[in-house]
Design a protein around this ligand. Structure first.
Ligand code: SF4
Length: 293
C-alpha cells in the first residue's frame, strides 16, 4: 500500500468536492487498448493514456548509482491521483489536438503544430486554436497559402502568436520542401525546425512516431521533479532536469512521465499554492515537509 485507506478516502472526498465546484468535469472514455501503430498510408493511432497500463512496481531500478528515495511510491500515488482523468491535459492536451481521421503525414504535422502553439500557452487556448486551424484542414500547404495576418487571426490568443506565425510558416515550408509534406523522423532534425525545442521534439517523437527518444520536460515536470527531489541537486532549466531524470529513471517510464506529471501539476502540485493537503504524497514529499515544524 502506498498510502493509508484514510488518506485515500480523504483524497477522493476532496476530489468529489473539487469536481462539484469545477465546470471542467469530464468523462474520458478509457480505452483498454493502449497500442499505437503508425505508418504513412494505413494510419491508426490511439493516443488515450490509460493509467492502469503504466506499470511501476515491477520495473527494476536501472544502472544508475543514484535514484531518489520513495520514487515508486511517489509515482504510484500520482497515478492514483490521475485516475479520474479530470486535468485539462486529459481532454485538451497536444495528444488530443490532431485529427486522427487524417492521413499519417497530416496527423503528424498537426501534432507538431499543436506542440509549437502549446509553448507557454494553456491547453484550452492551444486546443481552441487547433480547432480553428483544423476547420481549414491544417496542412502545410494551407499554412503557407494564407497570409500572416490570416494565420495570426486563427491562432490568436496563443502566447507569442506573432512569432509563432513566422515559425509555423517557416516550418511548413521546410516540411514541404525537405520532407515531402511529412515531419522529420528523428529528434535531431525535429529540433532543428524553427520554433521547436527539445521538449516539443521528444513529445512529438512519442505522439507522432510512437518512438521514445527522451523525456518531454515542460514547466510541470521541471517543477515537480525538483519538489519531489527526483533530481540529485536542484536544476535550473527543463533541459537540465531532463538530463538528470534520464540518468536514473527506467526507460519504460519515459513515455508516460510527462502525461502523469502535467495533469498532476495542473490540478494538485500547482506552481502557486500547491494543494499539499489533498496530495497523497504529502507525508513523503520534501517540499511539503520543509514547511512542517
Ligand atoms: S505534497 Fe505538495 S509539493 Fe509535494 S508533491 Fe504533493 S502537492 Fe506537490
Amino acid at each position: 500500500m502506498d498510502f493509508s485507506d484514510i488518506e485515500k478516502s480523504k483524497f477522493f472526498k476532496n476530489e468529489k468536492n473539487l469536481k462539484k465546484n469545477s465546470n471542467h468535469q469530464t468523462i474520458i472514455k478509457t480505452k483498454k487498448k493502449n497500442s499505437k501503430s503508425i505508418n504513412s498510408s494505413n494510419f491508426e493511432c490511439d493516443n488515450t493514456v490509460n493509467v492502469d497500463n503504466i506499470q511501476i512496481n515491477n520495473i527494476k531500478s536501472t544502472f544508475s548509482k543514484w535514484s531518489p528515495s520513495n520514487w515508486k511510491k511517489h509515482l504510484n500515488n500520482i497515478k492514483e491521483m490521475r485516475r479520474n482523468y479530470t486535468a485539462p491535459v486529459d481532454r485538451m492536451g497536444c495528444q488530443k489536438c490532431a485529427d486522427e481521421s487524417e492521413s499519417g503525414p497530416v496527423f503528424r504535422f498537426q501534432t507538431l503544430i499543436a506542440l509549437m502553439l502549446s509553448s507557454q500557452t494553456r491547453d484550452q487556448i492551444t486546443h481552441n486554436a487547433m480547432q480553428r486551424l483544423k476547420e481549414c484542414r491544417c496542412t502545410p500547404e494551407y499554412i503557407i497559402s494564407i497570409s500572416d495576418e490570416e494565420l495570426g487571426k486563427l491562432i490568436f490568443p496563443v502566447s507569442f502568436w506573432k512569432r509563432k506565425v513566422q515559425y509555423l510558416k517557416k516550418t511548413s515550408k521546410i516540411v514541404l520542401e525537405k520532407y515531402n509534406g511529412d515531419i522529420p523522423t528523428n529528434i535531431h532534425e525535429l529540433s532543428n525546425l524553427p520554433g521547436v525545442g527539445p521538449k516539443m521534439a521528444h513529445i512529438c517523437m512519442n505522439i507522432a512516431w510512437n518512438k521514445i527518444s527522451g523525456i518531454g520536460v515542460d514547466t510541470h515536470v521541471h517543477r515537480i521533479s525538483n519538489r519531489l527531489k527526483w533530481v540529485p541537486k536542484p536544476t535550473k532549466s527543463p533541459e537540465e532536469t531532463r538530463l538528470a531524470l534520464e540518468s536514473w529513471l527506467p526507460k519504460e517510464l519515459w513515455r508516460d512521465i510527462n502525461y502523469l506529471f502535467v495533469g498532476f501539476g495542473q490540478e494538485i502540485c500547482r506552481s502557486q499554492q500547491p494543494r499539499c493537503l489533498q496530495c497523497l504524497n504529502k507525508s513523503i514529499c520534501c517540499y511539503n515537509n520543509q514547511y512542517q515544524f
